[in-house]
Design a binder for this molecule. Structure first.
Ligand SMILES: [Zn+2]
Length: 209
C-alpha cells in the first residue's frame, strides 16, 4: 500500500469512529508549549499530523499516531493505564520538565505508563507496516522506535526533553545504535544510551520540542 492509500484507509477508519483527521502542512505543531510532529487526542477526538516535512519523516509519525487511535478503539490496557482519571498525563510530564513542580515519584509512574503505552503503539505500528506492506523499512522503524521509547527513561533521569529539531528518531547517528526489534527490556536504561542522548539530543538551550 502506498502512503496515500494508507492515509485514505486511516481517514475512513478514524472518521467512522467520529475522530477528525487533520493533516497540517507545517513542520511542527505547537500544543501546550511543546512542539510535536503529530498527536492523537482522545479528549478532542482528533488525529493530527504535521506533513510539512519530507514524506519519509512524517509518514512514520502518521502510522504511529494512527496506532494510538487503534489503541483507543481496542480499549487496550497500555492505552487505558497511560491515562490518569481518563486524561493524558503528558502535559504534566512536560510541565515537570520545564518547572520541576511535581513530585518525582509521581513523574516516575507517569513516565513508566507513557513508555509502556508508546511501546505497545510502536509494536502495533510495526504490525501495520508489515500487514499493509508500507514502504518503510521495519528494522529501521524499530531502531527509531527504540530510540524514542528509551528516551522516556532519559527524560525522567535528567528532567530534559530533546532540543527542537533533535528528536532521537530523526537522527541516524543515534538511532542506528539501537536494536532492530522491539523485544527489549525498556525499564533499564544503559549508560551507553544516556551518553548518546546527551550527545545528540541535548545542548545549551533548555528548549522543549
Ligand atoms: Zn506516541
Amino acid at each position: 500500500m502506498t502512503p496515500k492509500q494508507f492515509v485514505d484507509y486511516a481517514k475512513d477508519k478514524v472518521e467512522q469512529a467520529g475522530v477528525k483527521l487533520i493533516l497540517a502542512d507545517r513542520e511542527y505543531l505547537y500544543i501546550d508549549n511543546v512542539n510535536v510532529n503529530g498527536y492523537f487526542s482522545e479528549e478532542d477526538m482528533q488525529l493530527v499530523c504535521a506533513t510539512g516535512r519530507p514524506l519519509k519523516l512524517w509518514f512514520p509519525i502518521f502510522v504511529h499516531e494512527f496506532c494510538h487511535f487503534e489503541q483507543m478503539q481496542d480499549d487496550c490496557r497500555a492505552w487505558k493505564q497511560s491515562r490518569i482519571n481518563g486524561v493524558d498525563p503528558s502535559d504534566q510530564f512536560f510541565n515537570w520538565i520545564v518547572n520541576g513542580k511535581y513530585p518525582f515519584l509521581r513523574m516516575k509512574e507517569i513516565a513508566k505508563r507513557l513508555r509502556i503505552c508508546e511501546t505497545d503503539c510502536e509494536r502495533r505500528s510495526v504490525k501495520n507496516i508489515k500487514k499493509f506492506k508500507l514502504p518503510l523499512d521495519s528494522k529501521e522503524y524499530c531502531q527509531r522506535a527504540n530510540a524514542y521509547i528509551y528516551f522516556y527513561n532519559y527524560a525522567l533521569l535528567k528532567r530534559r526533553w530533546w532540543r527542537r529539531g533533535h528528536a532521537p528518531y530523526d537522527q541516524k547517528g543515534l538511532y542506528s545504535r539501537f536494536p532492530t526489534d522491539l523485544n527489549q527490556r525498556y525499564d533499564k536504561l544503559s549508560k551507553k544510551y544516556v551518553e548518546l542522548y546527551d550527545e545528540f539530543c541535548w545542548g545549551f538551550f533548555l528548549q522543549i520540542s
